[in-house]
Design a protein around this ligand. Structure first.
Ligand SMILES: NC(=O)c1ccc[n+]([C@@H]2O[C@H](COP(=O)([O-])OP(=O)(O)OC[C@H]3O[C@@H](n4cnc5c(N)ncnc54)[C@H](OP(=O)(O)O)[C@@H]3O)[C@@H](O)[C@H]2O)c1
Length: 251
């Protein structure tokens, strides 16, 4: 019996990067995967890939910067597979600019996607789980930038949201502990993805040489941490954030 048989997992930002890899991993373990992002074609291609491997998945196109997107996603997931019990809040964007240079539109988008959307999705899911007396597992994608900030990083807003996401993880874990809902976070270092490809193309060689292991993380390197956090055997692990950065950053 696959480990996540009968489980329904929502993965935001599943059209690319880490989210695509998370969706593959969860589907391979037997979860019914609900793939969320704006690019419908990329999601449909992943649905076909998962189905080709014998798994189950649906694509839900949504722009998570919109306030009503969370309910749309939760309704679509429930209609297709029943009440979801795993939520991977992975979709995110960087601000890619110094604070004084950011437009109000960019500031709002970053906060709406990186902070508000995980909150709206998490509380919408918890509301449904509590009503049905079901346990649940929420994993938030934070970042090592939540605690480590190098000069010229030009991502103060992004890092602030990612730090806030850890506090959200801690507080919601306490609030929902009595309902059997576990809330945890992963803080990755630098991993190869669409988000980082421009940076790696510009500065990759120098940055890689500065890392003790002279390498970047690959999305699949996060799979074991993800599976650990959605495993019922980890039932006492809640309100925590696991750093997975291959010792790229100081402590
Ligand atoms: N890669 C790293 O080194 C790294 C390090 C630390 C933390 N993280 C975090 O890990 C998560 C995944 O990062 P990644 O590197 O995989 O990023 P990525 O390659 O840029 O992928 C981002 C995903 O989010 C989706 N997305 C973006 N805007 C969206 C919106 N408005 N509504 C819905 N979906 C949206 C994108 O799909 P569409 O464009 O199709 O909407 C895409 O699937 C992020 O939260 C990121 O902050 C990444």
């Amino acid at each position: 019996m696959p480990k996540l048989d009968q489980r329904v997992a929502i993965i935001t930002g599943a059209s690319a990067g880490l989210g695509r890899s998370f969706a593959q991993v969860l589907a391979r373990e037997g979860a019914k995967a609900v793939l969320v992002a704006r690019r419908a074609e990329a999601l449909e291609a992943l649905v076909a890939e998962i189905e080709g491997e014998g798994g189950q998945a649906i694509a839900v196109q949504a722009d998570l910067t919109e306030a009503d997107a969370a309910e749309h996603v939760l309704d679509a997931a429930t209609e297709a597979f029943g009440t979801p019990d795993i939520l991977i809040n992975n979709a995110g964007m960087a601000d890619a600019g110094f604070a004084t240079k950011l437009s109000l539109d960019t500031i709002n988008k970053v906060i709406d996607l990186d902070f508000r959307a995980p909150f709206l999705l998490s509380r919408g899911l918890a509301d449904r789980l509590i009503a049905r007396e079901m346990p649940g597992w929420i994993v938030n994608l934070s970042s090592i930038g939540s605690r480590y900030y190098a000069p010229k990083s030009a991502s103060a807003l992004y890092c602030s949201c990612k730090a806030g996401l850890i506090r959200m993880t801690e507080t919601l874990a306490i609030e929902w502990a009595e309902y059997g809902i576990n809330v945890n976070a992963i803080a990755p270092g630098l991993f190869e993805s669409e988000m980082t490809e421009g940076f790696i193309a510009r500065k990759g060689d120098r940055v890689r040489e500065g890392f003790p292991r002279k390498r970047f993380g690959q999305p699949s390197d996060l799979a074991s941490t993800l599976l650990y956090l959605v495993d019922p055997a980890s039932r006492c692990v809640t309100g925590t954030c696991i750093i997975v950065d291959d010792a790229q950053t100081p402590r």
